[in-house]
Design a binder for this molecule. Structure first.
Ligand SMILES: Nc1ncnc2c1ncn2[C@@H]1O[C@H](COP(=O)(O)OP(=O)(O)OP(=O)(O)O)[C@@H](O)[C@H]1O
Length: 441
């Protein structure tokens, strides 16, 4: 079955149900966990063009966490010679290892972070389990100058992460899973649907429950692993790519692919109150910063470059403000200055787990851009997210679900030929709950 549905997909991480308007505090039980963004740096090998131009390598990874400028710096140099991150990857490092050490934990946290085995995390009203929504999402970014290896890296990350998602599904036989995917690009500050390119520019809306919402963004239900790969490939095929002096296949837009994983206890899928655990994984392949003087862009390439640089500048400003400690965090953060930061607002300083992989060329000709990337990465390390593994439903959703369940139970009790008395029915409910959440009763 290839069911697809068009709807306004909430890109605000977690659908904005936690910590936003419309919540009763006493219903909200969240475990805040302050978490820094996980920041890694990947140094690619010199490209054949760079080798042909007799470029030298400026950087080396001196240990698992440190990247060092290879040449002596003048005494009063404003630049450090070494930079330390959660992990750095040298030119020989395969993408699989970048995934394992730089993104896997964050990717899987969207799945395994759902802690529905904790008694305190469930709400029980007369044997009705209120649906518990996991609002946490994982976001993996690739950031770096043009031709530094973002798309190369993200392709491998997406592949490994989707393999892990399916492996998790296979291992979790007691639950039934529904995977949905959506994809968008931001090209020249216009949001486009990669699954439905004919739809034209999409608007961003502010939803009090779900945060920033991309209106009419198509979300497709995934049949299986092969289908997922096929959709991802078709998103890539739709993405704006152009040739520049630095990259024959330069991505001219920011791409965000979102995989939403919903799961239900097996056997209680239809009309059950035992819905629904939702997690999402965002894969963000940013367009690369570039200098017109290096890319020799003109015409539409130049215009694209300006839009790319401007939105990356806003991203840097957001990161800079967020990294300034809690004082400046409470000040104005310019999320709304670009579509990119608006859409990614919750992944930056919000309820999310985030990994940023910064990619770099080792070539001397790019030394300035590489330092900018390292500077960005250093700032990003200081950004704290409040990852909440939780457990809240908005009032609206809660009331709706409760009304539905009460109506269903009333209907069951009203049927005269029902084989079960109301006491037996309650016992049956109790058994059902025990089956699904054995620790609770
Ligand atoms: N780690 C790597 N090992 C080998 N080749 C790489 C690596 N990283 C990138 N490359 C190669 O370098 C070139 C540029 O990479 P890529 O297109 O991923 O850069 P990008 O940062 O996405 O650029 P842009 O911002 O212009 O889209 C490609 O030919 C790619 O195959």
């Amino acid at each position: 079955m290839t069911t697809s549905m068009e709807r306004a997909a909430g890109f605000g991480v977690g659908g904005g149900m936690v910590g936003e308007g419309g919540l009763s505090e006493d219903r909200a039980k969240a475990r805040d966990r302050e978490e820094k963004i996980y920041v890694t740096v990947r140094l690619r090998p010199l490209s054949s063009k760079e080798v042909a131009n007799r470029e030298t390598t400026d950087w080396e990874c001196t240990n698992k966490q440190t990247i060092t400028f290879k040449h002596p710096l003048p005494e009063r140099s404003p630049y450090p010679s070494s930079y330390t991150f959660d992990r750095v990857f040298g030119p020989d490092c395969p993408t699989k290892q970048v995934y394992n050490d730089g993104a896997k934990q964050v990717a899987l946290s969207a799945l395994t972070g759902i802690n529905y085995s904790e008694r305190s995390l469930c709400f029980i009203y007369l044997f009705i389990i209120v649906p518990v929504f996991n609002n946490l999402a994982a976001t993996i970014f690739a950031y770096g100058q043009t031709s530094s290896g973002k798309t190369y890296t993200m392709r491998g990350i997406v592949e490994s992460a989707t393999i892990d998602v399916y492996s998790h599904i296979q291992k979790t036989g007691e639950r039934e899973f529904v995977l949905k995917i959506s994809g968008l690009e931001i090209y020249n500050e216009v949001v486009k649907d990669l699954l439905n390119p004919e739809s034209g520019p999409l608007r961003l809306l502010d939803d009090p429950d779900r945060g920033t919402v991309v209106e009419r963004l198509k979300e497709e239900i995934v049949r299986d692993y092969d289908h997922l790969q096929q959709i991802i490939r078709s998103c890539e095929a739709q993405r704006q790519v152009g040739e520049t002096m630095l990259n024959d296949t330069s991505s001219r837009s920011h791409q965000i692919i979102r995989l939403t994983v919903e799961s239900y206890p097996r056997g209680v899928l239809d009309g059950s109150p035992f819905k629904s655990l939702i997690a999402s994984l965002n894969f963000v392949d940013l367009a690369g910063s570039e200098r017109a003087s290096q890319t020799l862009s003109e015409g539409s390439r130049l215009k694209e470059g300006c839009h790319i640089n401007r939105s990356l500048l806003t991203l840097s400003s957001v990161i800079r403000k967020l990294s300034g400690g809690s004082k400046s965090k409470s000040g104005h953060i310019p999320y709304r200055d670009s579509k990119l930061t608006r859409i990614l607002q919750h992944s930056l300083g919000g309820n999310a787990r985030t990994a940023i992989i910064c990619t770099m060329s080792p070539a001397h000709v790019h030394v300035e851009q590489s330092r900018n990337t390292l500077f960005f990465a250093t700032r990003a390390k200081e950004v704290t997210n409040s990852a909440r593994v939780n457990l809240v439903v908005s009032d609206k959703v809660l009331v709706k679900q409760l009304q539905k369940e009460v109506a269903r139970l009333e209907a069951e009790l009203r049927v005269p030929e029902a084989s079960l008395s109301s006491e037996a029915l309650l016992q049956e409910k109790e058994l059902q709950i025990q089956k699904v959440h054995p620790h609770i009763l």
